[in-house]
Design a binder for this molecule. Sequence first.
Ligand code: UD1
Ligand code: MG
Length: 451
Amino acid sequence: MADFLSIILAAGKGTRMKSEKIKILHKAAGKVIIKHVIYTLEDLSTKIINVVGYQKKEVELALNDFQDLDMNYVVQEKQLGTGHAVKQASEYITNHSGPVLILYGDTPLLRKETVAEFVEEHQKNKSDLTVMTAVFSNPVGYGRILKDDSGELTAIVEEKDADQDIKKIQEVNSGVYCVDSKLLGVFLKNMDNNNSQAEYYLTDLIEFAVERRKNINTFTVPDSEEIIGINTRRQLADAEKVLRKRIINKHFDNGVTIIDPENTYIDAEVIIARDTIIYPFCYLEGKTIIGENTVINPHCRLQNAEIASNVNILSNSIIRDSSVGENTNVGPFAYLRPGSKVADNCKIGDFVELKKTEVKSGAKVPHLCYAGDAEIGERTNIGAGTIFANYDGEKKHKTKIGKDVFIGSDSILIAPLKIGNNAKTAAGSVVTKDIEKNKTVMGVPARIYKK
Ligand code: UD1
Ligand code: MG
């Protein structure tokens, strides 16, 4: 496929979303809307120009993941319409000879395969202009596709400019176009804003091309839902549903068992290996990665969690920005807060909260515990009810516990604190000073126990 130029319109505010945040930065299936659009271009040999306006810094930040793509930004200071938005990329259009692909940043359901096929069609037909369309049983809100008696595209009329007859037309404009750079360049110099919205409509390009007797074609997507444009929260929810279904199907194809697909919520960027089982009412979010043969039991929420193979995450556990090693059990009702790292063969039991805590191989924190800013050594056992008192009212302090340590039930470990290998605390100890290796302490405050 020949190299082409892609322009993505992402400068609008999205007033219909009624939000502080511009609409293309809202998330659908855990991924900002515009990322879904850029993703369709990932495998194509194209230079991408994003037209940004509102919250441009945030848009650039959201697209940081696409470092490998040839991507540039142009700014549309005033949002005077989709035609005016494309005009901001004039410099790139003039320097490019061949097809220009234009996409709107608010269509997250578009598939990679569809975009590739669309560009191929355009080139195969030696088109000057190809418009992607879809047929909707309820076309309200979209620009309508006008065709003459021989079925040739003659114009696109926006809902707000349409009369009753035009409103009945069910074929709509998707906002995806492929157009020859020269034709586009001339149009941008000549377009006007004589319409109900006083906007420079990109859709006027069609009549402009018709007047010049250009080779114009339409490409109708078989699956109309692909071109749903997000203008309102309702459309966002519709898109979310479609995306989630697609994501679940992808995991089925990869050999993942999802007991109840209707009640499982998996974000677009989540990776799950085969033979893993996901029970209902789980939320797998962000960049969560799950290994093979792992079980995620009902009502768990994993956000950017890295879960290895053969892990059992029991019900009602929450894991955020943390990792869990192989053959480890977590939960029920465990809360792993950001920065926690649980190694292999560990047990994190019920009502255990970890924050920025490393639990090394074979260690156990089986019941009712808070551990924050801590390191727990290999094979160490933390008794039920233990509290790592990491906060003195002003600062957070660290606790470092060595290997094969036994912390008795209901111990309170006052940080900063170091506990040597093989040390022990008796039940109910309040440990205020470091404990050397092999020593046992007891009492309040804890003192060395001598036989
Ligand atoms: C647009 C089309 C309509 C089509 C529909 C498909 C026009 C005039 N109308 O309508 O025919 O059926 O999309 O979803 O093109 N934008 C800018 N700068 C602007 C205005 C818009 O960058 O000045 C961006 C927006 O951020 C958005 C995209 O262009 O990503 C489309 O704008 P939007 O306002 O959503 O157009 P629609 O009313 O949906
Ligand atoms: Mg739109």
